[in-house]
Design a protein around this ligand. Sequence first.
Ligand code: NAP
Length: 248
Amino acid sequence: MEQVLLITGASRGIGAATARLAGQRGWRVVVNYQSRAEEAQAVVAHVVASGSEAVAIQADVSNEAGVLALFEQTRQHFGRLDGLVNNAGVVDQVAKLQDMDSARLERMLRINVLGPMLCAREAVRRMSRHSGGQGGVIVNIGSAASRIGSAAQYVDYAASKGAIDTFTLGLAREVAAEGIRVNAVRPGIIDTDIHASGGQPDKARDSATGIPLLRAGRAEEVAQAVLWLLSEEASYTTGAILDVSGGR
Ligand code: NAP
């Protein structure tokens, strides 16, 4: 039976590219989204056109009830789970810490840290061999921001991605004996909508000269790295953080 992969935030950007490529590689795909149902359905249609199966499921990953419903609907639809890509994430407007209010910080940490931890918990509960599962694989999407700190841009975002790095290392060791591999991909500047949502629509184009490969990356280039980590080719890779950042 074809394996089932749940990707959070798969209606657009890196998540959507990962869903499309996963479909081509034979994964059956759960396309999670928060608000853009039409975009999510277009990703589902793409996966189906490539000969696999997919379903779009709305859920806000920053909310525990939403995460539980997402995994329950996945079970009802496909009856199994073999992989999770913790991709959903947000940035916010460029600001210094002194100007960030508590609501902003809480939203950032809920979506970028709490959400991935809750999703990973639910995936481990289902995939763990000790709990009767078949094993599985988790890929967390971090960010090169965790290495540079994003001073005077969004230190809250960078710190949230630092948490993802550490979470990846610890969880990988915690669940390795249960047949679950856990890795992270740390993208650099990738040309997606996320920059516009942070008030910097031209960021991908404007950053090119500061990147050793002299251009922003494409979502599909991140998806290739994710699919490798999900695959059997990465069978001895766990606790790894793979930079996909053009050398930056
Ligand atoms: P994007 O184009 O803005 O897409 C974000 C996706 O996340 C959308 O599918 C969105 O759903 C979903 N989402 C947002 N909040 C959610 C929530 N609370 N619950 C469920 N889904 C939610 O972003 P992207 O650039 O592809 O980024 C994807 C990941 O890569 C993020 O973790 C980001 O931090 C990371 N990353 C990106 C870059 C970059 O330069 N693009 C660099 C480093 C790391 P809707 O469409 O329904 O709103």
